[in-house]
Design a protein around this ligand. Structure first.
Ligand SMILES: [Cu+2]
Length: 149
């Protein structure tokens, strides 16, 4: 075999190997029931909710999110403190191996702060979830407006 051909084949192997690692948009992670809550015009912040399912044997750690729909997106937890409900920024949330994590009202959620446009039913929001280890998952999430609930 010619040396250049061998090098080419080796390179191909490396490239496809790297692709697999990068596209490690983690096939073991499944997202379902994702939606962004649409709120009346003039409300600056809202939240995204979803169920994250980890079918792998190792924990997956969600560290945050990004979206073009708002100035920032971060992981929040609603907690009951001294009889009052309050929200706190949390640095990460674990989707346990072979387990689930629910982002839901009254619990963990993705807070979208500083909406750039009002969101109504029928809209979609491009949302990128960020995970420990550098992998991301981008998806189009439908808006469900409270005005239509
Ligand atoms: Cu919040």
């Amino acid at each position: 075999m010619q040396k250049s051909l061998l090098v080419f084949i080796l390179l191909l192997g490396q490239i496809s190997g790297a692709d697999v690692a990068m596209a490690a948009a983690n096939p073991e992670l499944h997202v379902s029931n994702a939606y962004v809550r649409g709120l009346p015009p003039g409300v600056a912040n809202t939240a995204a909710y979803m169920t994250l399912e980890n079918n792998s044997d190792t924990d997956i750690v969600l560290t945050g999110a990004e979206t073009s729909a708002s100035k920032s997106a971060s992981l929040h937890e609603t907690i009951n403190r001294n009889g009052g409900m309050t929200m706190e920024h949390v640095m990460s949330a674990t989707i346990p191996a072979k387990g689930k994590l629910e982002l839901k009202t009254g619990g963990l959620h993705l807070m979208l702060m500083g909406l750039k446009r009002p969101l109504g039913s029928g809209d979609t929001v491009s949302l990128t979830l960020k995970f420990e280890g550098g992998f991301v998952k981008t998806m189009e999430v439908p808006v469900i407006s409270v005005l239509d609930e």
